[in-house]
Design a protein around this ligand. Structure first.
Ligand SMILES: [Zn+2]
Ligand SMILES: [Zn+2]
Length: 333
């Protein structure tokens, strides 16, 4: 099978992924082999490829928003059948036994494995995945509309939950990449008011198209203080100004897995009046199920820019340069 393989972490400009022909992977106990239909490109892939996240193993096939078809079942698989369409996401496996796994917080399991990080992912024609962590998918949707939901959508959903916006409340999205453009229609379907802060005029334009009540580059122009905000941009210097634009009782959820340093906070100016600063770490399988249900019911349709598997380096570079409107998707089969 063809795969885009990371041999050594390097800046996206250096085209760090190398096309290789690898043997067809064999599913182990509890695993299935998927034929990959498409794989969406996530900012975390960029962090893995460039070295912002230290490597768990090399060589590695990245990619963790995979829509595929079950091809072969490993020993002990019971839940899925060959031919079934499924989604593989970032959370590849948890231990199932620790105090987090046994209390509905498997996103915090210290023994988690991640797709396209610990295990080879979807920048390839085939991959293996743990059956219990795959999401059965409807077959009447183009796979490229579903793939972006599998990380950008799920993390957006969890971030929206973490931001705790009350009914008919006001939500501020900071940065308007893949995840934010999926949260926006979800939030509108929930009846929230939504403002979007982005430096990029194209992203502001897309935000307005998708129903944002306000979109701009300067927080001073915001029409209101927000009840909840989600920081999607991996930019720690934005934390203090966003906290200042929270209403009393407001919450800022930081969605990224990687954030540049946060400048000094002042208790009175940034946190008093019960304003909260929270992170978002991975997701549970329940988040994934709820997101897929809510997004499909709300008719959320991701904006996608399609690339071939061989163009994986170009897709990562375009993402780094802010040239992707919505989500980049590698169309594999
Ligand atoms: Zn665990
Ligand atoms: Zn991701």
């Amino acid at each position: 099978m063809q795969a885009q393989v990371l041999l050594q972490q390097a800046p996206a400009e250096a085209a760090p992924l190398v096309e290789q022909t690898l043997p067809q992977p064999t599913p182990g106990p509890g695993q299935v082999r998927l034929q990959v239909l498409c794989c969406a490109v996530c900012r975390t892939d960029l962090h893995v490829v460039e070295g912002d996240l230290s490597p768990k193993r090399l060589p590695l096939v990245p990619g963790h928003q995979v829509v595929g078809v079950v091809e072969a079942l490993g020993p002990g698989c019971r839940r899925l059948r060959p031919g079934q369409r499924v989604g593989a996401a970032w959370l590849a496996r948890t231990c199932g036994r620790c105090r987090y796994c046994t209390s509905g917080r498997e996103n915090l399991c210290p023994h988690s494995l991640y797709t396209g990080y610990d295990l080879d992912g979807g920048y390839a024609e085939q991959m293996v995945a743990y059956e219990e962590f795959l999401y059965p998918l409807p077959e009447d949707h183009p796979p490229e509309w579903i793939a972006p939901l599998l990380c950008a959508g799920i993390i957006g959903y969890r971030s929206l939950e973490r931001a705790r916006v009350p009914a008919r409340g006001r939500l501020l999205l900071v940065g308007f990449g893949s995840s934010a453009h999926l949260v926006l229609p979800l939030a509108k379907a929930r009846g929230l008011q939504v403002a979007v802060l982005s430096r990029t005029p194209e992203h502001q334009h897309l935000a307005r198209q998708l129903g944002a009540d306000w979109a701009g580059a300067d927080p001073a122009g915001l029409p209101w203080l927000a009840d909840g905000a989600i920081l999607f941009a991996p930019a720690g210097h934005l934390v203090p100004p966003v906290l200042e634009h929270l209403a009393p009782g407001g919450t800022l959820a930081v969605a990224g897995i990687h954030l540049s340093p946060i400048p000094e906070l002042d208790y009175q100016r940034h946190l008093y009046w019960e304003r909260d600063l929270r992170s978002v770490t991975s997701n549970t399988r329940a988040d994934g199920r709820h997101l897929l249900q809510e997004a499909l019911a709300a008719g959320v349709r991701p904006q996608v820019q399609l690339f071939s598997l061989a163009q994986a380096n170009q897709a990562l570079l375009a993402l780094k340069r802010g040239q992707i409107q919505g989500t980049a998707v590698l169309k594999v089969a």
